[in-house]
Every structure is written in structure tokens, then in C-alpha cells.
Design a protein around this ligand. Structure first.
Ligand code: SF4
Length: 207
């Protein structure tokens, strides 16, 4: 089963165009300053078989692609992750796939179990978050994280992607009064907002 902490049908701040985003649950790495800290081992999650998750994507009409985040996508059962991505691309052939991971591409590329997953990814954004290298890069948390263009899909935009400094976030309030934040907010923004909201008794979920 795939463990999902959160999913969002339409998001414009985690990759090109409008994308469906899946935040997988859990990451064992515990990098200092990680903004996905709320998706740790204790957080709530839903479970899906690959077909269910692929059906959810299929219903999100008009998206350019999907973005996988977390938590750590590659700490999910990799055979199921690969099956999910295969179904997504079978259902709608021109959807693109972006994937965040704390692993390095070179590391994953040597692991047999990761290859069937990598084969379905257009752009891998690799490396753990490092607070001291957070300079406001678009779609990246810190400068050590690199875009790996594994297919031709966005290859011609490589220069632009590597040099754009622009952080955008989306903020929503769910039915339970919980504030959901999507994107890659700056650390300073997170600290100020968290302090202010906690003072007012509002729960925040940064993804
Ligand atoms: S930065 Fe990435 S690899 Fe590190 S704890 Fe957070 S989700 Fe895991």
C-alpha cells in the first residue's frame, strides 16, 4: 500500500503548469529544518493501492502533470510506486512527472528497485534540505538540490529552472480549520507564520 499524508488536485507552485501533488507519508532521514516535518512517522495518513491513486489523478482534468513529494517517495514500496506511475502514464499519456527525493540521483540509479520508478519520472529533484543553502530558488528548498532531467520533456528549460529565484506558495483552510500550505516557503516566512498562528491556536501543515 502507498501511504499518503496529503494530496491536492490542482497546484501551481510545485512545478510547471497546474499539477496534482501527492505528499507521501514519512521520511526516516530527519534533516534539520525540514519543512515536511509534520509528515513524520506519527502523522496521519491514508493508504491507497496504485490503481486507486492513479484513478484519483485521472479525474483531475486539465493538469499538466503530477508532483511527488513527502515525506520521501522512495521510502514507499517501490514496486507499488512504479506501478502507480505506469498506470498514470497509461491513463493520460502526456502527463509529466516531477519527483522530490532526499536521495541523490546517482545513489538511486545504482539501486535495482529504484530503476522502474525512475523510468517514469521526467524530472527528479534530489538531495536533502539544507537550511544554510536556502537562497530562495524556485521549486527547490536549497541549492544542493538539483534538477535531473531524465527525459526530454523539460530539458530545453534547464537553464531557466536552474536560475529562477522565485518562491510562491498556496494557502488553504480545510474543513477542520487547519491551514494547509503548499510550495517551498522560506524558512523565515515559516517561522513567523507558525509563531503567529500558534499564538492564535491554528494548526498549520507545511508541505
Ligand atoms: S528534507 Fe527531505 S530527506 Fe530530509 S527529512 Fe525532509 S523529506 Fe526527508
Amino acid at each position: 500500500m502507498l501511504h499518503v499524508a496529503r494530496k491536492k488536485e490542482f497546484c501551481k507552485v510545485l512545478g510547471p503548469g497546474t499539477r496534482s501533488v501527492i505528499w507521501f507519508h514519512g521520511c526516516l532521514r530527519q534533516c534539520p529544518g525540514c519543512i515536511a516535518g509534520t509528515m513524520n512517522e506519527l502523522a496521519e495518513y491514508e493508504t491507497f493501492i496504485p490503481q486507486q491513486l492513479a484513478d484519483w489523478v485521472k479525474n483531475n482534468i486539465g493538469i499538466e502533470g503530477i508532483t511527488l513529494s513527502g515525506g520521501e517517495p522512495f521510502q514507499q514500496p517501490r514496486d507499488e510506486l512504479a506501478a502507480f506511475l505506469m498506470l498514470v502514464k497509461q491513463n493520460v499519456t502526456d502527463l509529466s512527472v516531477l519527483c522530490y527525493t532526499g536521495y541523490r540521483y546517482e545513489e538511486l540509479n545504482k539501486q535495482e528497485s529504484a530503476i522502474p520508478v525512475l523510468q517514469h519520472i521526467d524530472v527528479l529533484i534530489d538531495g536533502e534540505y539544507r537550511e544554510n543553502e536556502d537562497f530562495g530558488q524556485r521549486w527547490r528548498g536549497s541549492d544542493n538540490q538539483q534538477f535531473h532531467f531524465l527525459t526530454k520533456r523539460y530539458k530545453n528549460q534547464e537553464n531557466e529552472w536552474n536560475h529562477t529565484l522565485e518562491r510562491q506558495i498556496e494557502i488553504e483552510l480545510d474543513m477542520n480549520g487547519k491551514l494547509l500550505i503548499s510550495g517551498v516557503p522560506s524558512k523565515d516566512f515559516i517561522n513567523k507564520l507558525t509563531m503567529e498562528l500558534q499564538r492564535r491556536d491554528v494548526n498549520v501543515d507545511f508541505s
